[in-house]
Design a protein around this ligand. Structure first.
Ligand code: SF4
Length: 695
């Protein structure tokens, strides 16, 4: 085996790496790639350990009765069982009784084929993916403000060029450490970094200014900044006049957030809000970034729009070294939604509700546009609707673990058990797969070919470095096999490159236009930024330099109104609970919890709390703590730190079982993006006493 240039399987930075074989084992080596410039985090360095992991699924599993154990069966047996059950359920309850739940880690090819499989082979509108829990609020905000959603409308390297960077609700120093080189360069060049986070994270610790708001008050913070910028005449009126619309409607909102009121709501001292306003307002070039802390709320879209309002009002958009962007979490959270895995979208970022878009995609798929189902249920609605009148009866899950990653996970776990059929395709027996009737093993990232689209909108090549275990298909080949067994052989290519060529045709003319791409070109150019409508087109590293994507070419202000979190602290649950990432784990942990080095670094969940709170409750460092919300109770160890607000608890969400943070989180949805409120709910704590009365 020679060195295979490819990318890390995990987060959206998609760091470049080589895979090489040494002494019979596949190992990771550093690779210079424009985003990571040779850097990798621990997750990337150890990612190849999973290729030969003993937990690896290599044979299909089947459960013939609800309480019976899963048993190994042959591929023909498993596939026959699955297809017959699916068809039987759809005959009895209608096509819409089947649902598909995909993942933000799937390649573009798999995501595209999965969307087509749901709509053409299953004829169901109900397909969504765990990217709903990642990017949906930022995506909806970008579409509203700019007319186009691409996580970052500029390359990550632009971060180093900005005079001021404001980062709200993200901790990339833990989640994607190699990106920090750009923040470090920005600071080394004399730049200013403002971080908004209820915790003094590793990222906040390197900030020039750390604003520590009460969870769920981000919009008030953004408006407080705008109020001061307006009062101190720091708005860019020429930019507002020439490149935007809707500013007048925003004025009333800005006026209502005078410094003392903003301080009262957010808990951030007015002087600090003023400092942030002046830093941003005096800068020639500033980048504003939001991440899940701001977006995973029942008002996540409005929060993102409030920060976009700041960027637009100060003229920090549509020019090099400036702009608003979001830091995508999952490896292919971007491409996964561009090509039809999301409940309301068709390939090329087309809309299922738009007759013209439906006709364009139907023509590529060779079907009548009227045969295309309409928009389906979003992820949380789909899962919580199981067992209800008209809810899903059969669910196919690929590359996702909603039993751990969905909000109100206890409810979701019970709903999954109510399905007539649960089929899971994965390479480990995830917590969701443990509940399945059929488990289909699939290839891992290094065992298949494809493309991913990173957080900048750069389409990159993921290459196969070694074959999968005998008989194990790649995701796309498995989807094509299922479609063939359902009578759709000709429409579903099994070869991933052929799928990509079809995807490019289907995206032509759409907002996310890949028509000018091919695997060869992506390899040759080390990635190409979309839109790229023709082979002769250079790709688009920076969007909006001349015009925004709305028909009038202007960006739109949105006069969104501040509202509190869906659930605020009360006498029974007096604290805020927020959740997030840690460096050594990724997503629901199915992969990273199995990597020895990462497990040793972070073997279990914990709750981070302030010393004042610990003292009030008699909780020592490392003591066992019971954390409860209206959804449930978990027990975890205490980590006591002054880095968190005294009114706030933090629990990482990567763990299952009694440390599963999502047993506590609130599934109140954003009305536009349908994003659950992962990042704020009301909670209480108590020390767990041992029989001897000691914690
Ligand atoms: Fe992988 Fe993300 Fe770490 Fe890079 S930052 S090595 S892509 S997990």
């Amino acid at each position: 085996m020679t060195a295979t240039p490819t990318h890390c399987p995990y987060c959206a930075l998609q760091c470049g790496m080589y895979l090489v074989e040494r002494n019979g084992a596949v190992q990771v080596e550093a690779r210079q790639f424009p985003t990571n410039k040779g850097g990798l985090c621990r997750k990337g360095w150890t990612s190849a350990e999973l290729l030969a992991h003993p937990d690896r699924l290599t044979v299909p599993l089947l459960r013939t009765q609800k309480d019976a154990p899963l048993q190994q069966v042959s591929w023909p047996h498993a596939l026959d069982f699955l297809v017959k059950r699916l068809q039987h359920i759809q005959q009895e309850y209608g096509p819409e009784s089947a649902g598909v739940f995909g993942g933000g880690g799937l390649t573009n090819e798999s995501a595209y084929l999965l969307g087509k499989f749901a709509r053409v082979a299953l004829r169901t509108p109900h397909i969504d993916y765990n990217g709903r829990y990642c990017m949906s609020s930022a995506a909806a905000a970008a579409n509203r403000a700019f007319g186009l959603d691409r996580g970052m409308p500029f390359p990550v390297a632009d971060i180093a060029e900005a005079e001021v960077v404001l980062l709200a609700g993200g901790n990339p120093a833990a989640a994607m450490p190699p990106i920090m080189q750009y923040f470090e360069q920005q600071k080394a060049r004399g730049g200013t970094l403002i971080v908004c986070d209820p915790r003094r994270t590793a990222t906040a610790a390197m900030a020039t200014l750390h604003l520590q708001p009460v969870p769920g008050t981000d919009m008030a913070l953004a408006y407080g900044i705008l109020h001061i910028a307006s009062r101190e005449n720091l708005l860019d009126h020429a930019f507002i006049r020439e490149r935007t619309s809707g500013f007048e409607e925003l004025r009333a909102q800005i006026a209502a957030f005078w410094p003392e009121r903003s301080e009262r709501i957010t808990g951030v001292p007015a002087a600090q809000i003023q400092q942030a306003a002046r830093m941003l307002g005096h800068a020639e070039r500033a980048i504003l970034l939001t991440a899940r802390g701001v977006e995973q709320q029942s008002k996540g879209v409005d929060n993102a729009l409030a920060f976009i309002n700041v960027a637009l009002a100060l003229g920090h958009a549509g020019k090099t070294g400036s702009g608003w962007g979001c830091i995508t979490g999952q490896g292919n959270g971007q491409g996964g939604r561009e090509h039809g895995q999301k409940a309301d979208q068709l390939p090329g970022y087309r809309s299922l509700a738009n007759p013209k878009h439906r006709a364009e995609v139907a023509a590529v798929w060779g079907i009548d546009p009227d045969a295309l189902p309409g928009p389906g249920l979003s992820a949380q609605e789909l899962l919580e609707g199981i067992g209800e009148e008209g809810g899903i009866k059969a669910l196919l899950v690929i590359g996702s673990n909603p039993a751990v990653s969905a909000a109100s996970a206890g409810v979701v776990q019970k709903r999954l058990e109510q399905l007539n059929l649960l089929a899971v395709a994965d390479f480990f027996l995830s917590e969701t797969a443990q509940k399945a009737d059929v488990v289909l093993p699939v290839a891992q990232w290094a065992e298949m070919e494809g493309t991913m689209t990173n957080l900048e909108g750069r389409v990159i090549r993921r290459r196969r470095a070694l074959p999968p275990p005998p008989g194990i298909p790649a995701d796309a080949a498995l989807i094509a096999e299922l479609a063939e067994r359902m009578g759709f052989r000709a429409q579903f290519p099994k070869d991933a490159e052929a799928v990509f060529e079809e995807l490019c045709r289907a995206s032509a003319g759409g907002l996310a236009d890949y028509a000018g791409l091919s695997w060869k070109r992506i390899e040759r150019e080390e990635g190409v930024f979309w839109p790229c409508p023709a082979p002769s087109h250079p790709g688009t590293p920076r969007l909006f330099l001349d015009r925004f994507a709305h028909p009038d070419g202007r960006a739109k202000f949105h006069a969104v109104r501040y509202r509190p979190a869906a659930e605020e602290p009360c006498s029974l649950y007096p604290l805020y609970l927020t959740t997030g990432r840690i460096m050594a784990q990724y997503q629901s942990g199915v992969q990273t919890r199995r990597v020895r080095t990462l497990h040793d670094m972070a073997p279990e969940a914990f709750v981070e709390l302030h010393p004042q709170l610990a003292q009030q409750h008699g909780i020592p460092e490392g003591g066992q703590v019971r954390v409860s919300t209206r959804r449930g109770t978990i027990e975890v160890k205490a980590r006591i730190t002054t880095d968190i607000r005294p009114d706030t608890l933090f629990i990482p969400f990567h763990f299952a079982g009694k440390g599963c943070a999502n047993l506590l989180t609130n599934s109140a949805l954003d009305p536009i993006s349908k994003m659950p409120e992962f990042k704020v709910c009301a909670a209480r704590i108590e020390a767990v006493l041992t029989p001897a009365g000691q914690n």
